[in-house]
Design a protein around this ligand. Structure first.
Ligand code: SAH
Ligand code: SF4
Ligand code: F3S
Length: 439
């Protein structure tokens, strides 16, 4: 028997890329590959890339540069680029970095085995199609081996929203929802392999409308169907758009036992002028009213968001509107970014805000968001939460897991195992985690 070939995948970007990397590894398993943890052991290196901001995309070229030595030492080492940079730049990548053998866009991963075979013959392989078929249906079933207690499951791909700053509708293509039965089957397979918590993924996941037995089903209906899967204990979903938060989905947050009280609902800006120029199709006031309705359904929900500062035309007053919105909402967690101009998007044509001004705004916003994060963490002290243990901690007998609110919690819990869910009292808070005791 020939020895397994070694595959090293490095993943950048969002959770959908994390999910895709797992599925690509499983697919290449059929071509005799097993995954390894470092590039220098590999027969094939795949970078699963992100195009969302300029820095993310440029990082790929410097990363590729670092493989020069490896390729020189092992001439038949295969180097591939997958993901959103692959989709956006295609052949350009091979021109800029001739040692790249393979470029594959996010909708063509099921074709990796043929592409790998082509590279083995000494040819280059490029595929950035948007094929009709559902790639996941042409990839192997999830492997039988047991795995960690949490998993991602992509239920929807692409985006039709065309926010003026964003590359996703171009790199991932139009919104497509996977059929309900396929998702339920995959969820059951994951549960059989020890998964207790599933996070449903989509760039615009709450617009989900996959085919069910009696026609299209919405995300709340899919969540209710998953609620009936025995052995599945927790359901999450990300990322959502405010305009697709339906009454039924809001209600599910109050009524569905397995749906966790955490919601990532990006608003990007608190200024109506900027929201309009971003093509977000709602006002700041509408977002705040929406948050009120969500909190009415589930008062303890932890809210998370994304913000862009320094979007073209953003004035001091626009930025102050973002700061007021943040003060009004009070986020438990959030991401904020300086605007990055992306080729091919409508906003790329517009004049940039002065970089120093944008930097200063980002610092102020991040300070406020951190302050809110720590204040929310402080309110957890003394409270009883349930924690799903994901791994052993650094200290003897310590376990680390996530609470319902997605806080990382360190607990001294000898005689427990990964996958256990235990009641825990929070006793202290650190920068990015909480400490708790078993009850
Ligand atoms: N589909 C998700 C998020 C997609 S990208 C949503 O609509 O919320 C994740 C985040 O990256 C976005 O929410 C946005 O805050 C940020 N982002 C996207 N494009 C950007 C750009 N050109 N510059 C800076 N940040 C950007
Ligand atoms: Fe990008 Fe907007 Fe779609 Fe999110 S909703 S992926 S920000 S275009
Ligand atoms: Fe990045 Fe593509 Fe995800 S651009 S954020 S990896 S969809």
């Amino acid at each position: 028997m020939s020895e397994a070939k070694k595959l090293f995948i490095k993943t950048y970007g969002c959770q959908m890329n994390v999910y895709d990397s797992e599925r690509m590894a499983e697919t290449l398993g059929g071509s005799g590959y097993e995954t390894v943890e470092t590039a220098d052991q590999a027969d094939m290196i795949l970078l699963n890339t992100c195009h969302i901001r300029e820095k993310a995309a440029e990082k790929i070229y410097s990363e590729l540069g670092r493989f020069k030595g490896l390729k020189a030492a092992k001439p038949d080492l295969k180097i591939g680029v997958a993901g959103c940079v692959a989709q956006a730049e295609g052949e350009e990548i091979m021109k800029r970095q001739p040692m790249v053998d393979l470029v594959v866009g996010p909708q063509s991963y099921h074709r990796l085995p043929e592409m790998e075979a082509k590279v083995t013959e000494g040819k280059k392989a490029l595929d950035t199609d948007f094929p009709e078929e559902d790639k996941f249906e042409h990839m192997p079933k999830r492997p039988k081996a047991s795995r960690g207690p949490t998993a991602f499951l992509t239920v929807q791909e692409g985006c039709d929203k065309f926010c003026a700053f964003c590359v996703v509708p171009y790199t991932r293509g139009a919104e497509v929802s996977r059929p309900v039965e396929r998702i339920l089957t995959e969820a059951r397979e994951l549960v059989e392999r020890g998964v207790k918590e599933i996070t449903l993924l989509g760039q615009n996941v709450n617009a989900y409308h996959g085919l069910g037995k009696d026609g299209p089903m919405t995300l709340d209906q899919l969540i209710w169907a998953l609620n009936d899967v025995d052995g599945l204990e927790r359901i999450r979903f990300t990322t959502s758009h405010p305009n697709d938060m339906t009454d039924a989905l809001i209600a599910a947050h109050g009524e569905c036992e397995k749906l966790m009280p955490y919601l990532h609902l990006p608003v990007q800006s608190g200024s109506d002028h900027i929201l309009k120029r971003m093509n977000r199709n709602h006002t700041a006031e509408e977002y705040i009213r929406l948050i009120e309705r969500i909190r009415a359904a589930r008062p303890d929900i932890l809210l998370s968001g994304d913000f862009i500062v320094g979007f073209p035309e953003e004035s001091d007053a626009d930025f102050e509107d973002t700061m007021s919105l943040v003060r009004e909402v009070n986020y438990g967690q959030a991401y904020s970014f300086k605007y990055s101009s992306r080729p091919g998007t409508p906003a790329a044509e517009r004049a940039l805000v002065d970089a120093a001004v944008a930097d200063e705004r980002l610092q102020r916003l991040q300070a406020l968001l951190s302050e809110q994060q720590y204040a929310v963490q402080d309110t957890m002290v003394g409270r009883e939460v349930s924690v799903l243990f994901e791994r052993e901690g650094r200290l003897e007998g310590q376990m680390v897991g996530k609470s319902e609110y997605l806080h990382a919690v360190h607990v001294t819990a000898p005689n427990t195992a990964r996958g256990d869910i235990r009641k825990v009292r929070i006793v202290n808070t650190e920068r990015n985690s909480l400490g708790g005791e078993l009850i």
